[in-house]
Design a protein around this ligand. Structure first.
Ligand code: AMP
Ligand code: GLY
Length: 421
């Protein structure tokens, strides 16, 4: 069997390493992959948003199954195009990927179907948005409607900052057409939890919960990033919260998408906040989270390909999806300066006795050497019976990975440890 994985980050590396546990898979291609993924899959020079190139490659290489991991190709309809060729895929079709692709869509969906989320207003005219902000409660949250490389959310602490954000999105178009429509929503407080789930449109199977660390610096300071580390499970996600989410969020979302004729098949990511007034949806993603995947998949006990195929065939209920009763911690090693300016091109070396899982995100192979090539360079994940041990192990292994200009947060998991005490 030949599999193609679209994408080229740490998430895709984690997916590919897990898929390799299935002995029926003879060959895995990564489009485009990266220098680190090249150790585990054949990397093909086709960009993740080059839908025509992806389709051509699949057609010419007898691909049996495709995994489309990043948001952009999903929102652009990569799965629709591959399905048309008769290739089975893991990932939602375009009309379901809109749950991440448009915040206006997802907010309106939640309102229509009574799924708990922050109160909000939608604006397509800047003047109306600015007028609304004259009296809106502060802090407030401004969100660009479309995909914005994870940067389309501004938390404004003052009325002035809120107006500035609206002008930047709607007048200066800093996020392009993504900012033509905006959502202004209520500022919520409480611990955040990421819950990735498998769904085939019939049942929804939550994976082990996780906690992301989005800010660049320790103590949640600095700029927002794609994620600087994760732990799983998330201690705030108690059995009671899980039951509440299943009843009020997960199943209603699955039903809502079906009712809209937008059946979601793939990984549906619930970004949740446990507020004093109950757990609410902060965002949906139509894909595996990164770096959440780098802690969730190492804890998965069931064969990943078996799950992927069952999702595609709409028989997920037949699979007993199991997770190890352990904890995982992933520390992202980045290029110092990320998410702003950073240098790249430094050689990455790993000590022989390195004993954690290495998921490579931003690296290229050049003359046999692995060189840094991005902001987030790689993730180091370890698992252990307790969270404390998993954290200590991961930081121990981080010390065995070397490259110029390396930077990582020193407090991944610290908040989770405190919560668990
Ligand atoms: P997103 O890009 O949707 O993941 O949002 C980025 C981050 O902004 C989230 O992880 C939250 O920390 C924060 N955020 C988004 N919406 C809200 C909200 N309504 N209230 C408070 N924080 C929010
Ligand atoms: N780590 C957050 C995301 O993947 O969107």
């Amino acid at each position: 069997m030949k599999i193609m994985v679209v994408g080229g980050g740490g998430r895709e590396h984690a997916i590919i390493k897990k898929l390799k546990e299935n002995k029926n898979i003879e060959k895995i291609y990564a489009l485009p992959g990266n220098g680190g993924i090249a150790a585990d899959a054949e990397c093909v020079n086709v960009g993740a948003t080059d839908i025509a190139g992806i389709v051509d490659f699949a057609k010419n290489n007898d691909i049996d199954f495709a995994v489309v991991a990043p948001d952009d190709p999903l929102v652009l309809g990569a799965v629709d195009a591959l399905n048309e060729l008769g290739i089975k895929c893991f990932g939602p079709r375009k009309n379901a990927a809109i749950i991440e692709g448009s915040k206006v869509f997802s907010k309106n969906l939640m309102k229509k179907y009574g799924i708990p989320t922050a109160e909000y207003e939608v604006f397509s005219e800047m003047d109306k948005a600015l007028e609304y902000l004259e009296t809106a409660p502060i802090p407030t949250v401004i969100k660009a409607d479309g995909l914005a490389l994870g940067k389309g959310v501004i938390i404004a602490q003052t009325r002035e900052d809120a107006k500035k954000a609206v002008k930047e999105m709607m007048e200066d178009k800093v996020f392009g057409e993504s900012g033509s429509n905006i959502v202004i929503e209520e500022f919520l407080t409480g611990p955040e939890v990421s819950v990735l789930s498998f769904t085939d449109g019939k049942v929804v199977v939550p994976m082990v919960s996780s906690m992301d660390h989005k800010r660049a610096k320790d103590n949640d300071e600095g700029l927002n990033t794609g994620g600087m580390g994760t732990v799983a499970p998330n201690p705030y996600y108690t059995d009671a919260v899980a039951a509440e989410c299943m009843e009020k969020i997960f199943i209603p979302t699955l039903n809502a998408m079906n009712a809209e004729g937008r059946t979601f098949k793939g990984c549906l990511y619930f970004g949740l906040m446990i507020t004093p007034n109950g757990t609410k949806v902060i965002e949906y993603n139509c894909r595996f989270g990164d770096p959440e995947t780098q802690v969730v998949l190492p804890l998965l006990d069931t064969d990943l390909y078996t799950i992927f195929e069952a999702v595609a065939d709409e028989r997920l209920s037949e699979i007993d999806v199991k997770f190890k009763d352990e904890n995982a911690c992933c520390v992202i090693m980045a290029s110092d300066g990320y998410p702003s300016k950073y240098e790249k091109g430094y050689e990455i070396t790993v000590d022989d006795d390195m004993n954690g899982e290495l998921f490579v995100a931003g690296a290229v192979l050049k003359d046999g050497k692995l060189l840094t090539n991005g902001g987030r360079v790689l993730g180091v994940t370890c698992t252990a019976p307790t969270l404390k041990e998993a954290i200590a192990k991961s930081y121990g292994e981080v010390n065995k990975v070397h490259f110029g200009n390396a930077y990582y947060r020193k407090d991944i998991g610290a908040k989770a440890l405190k919560a668990g005490e």
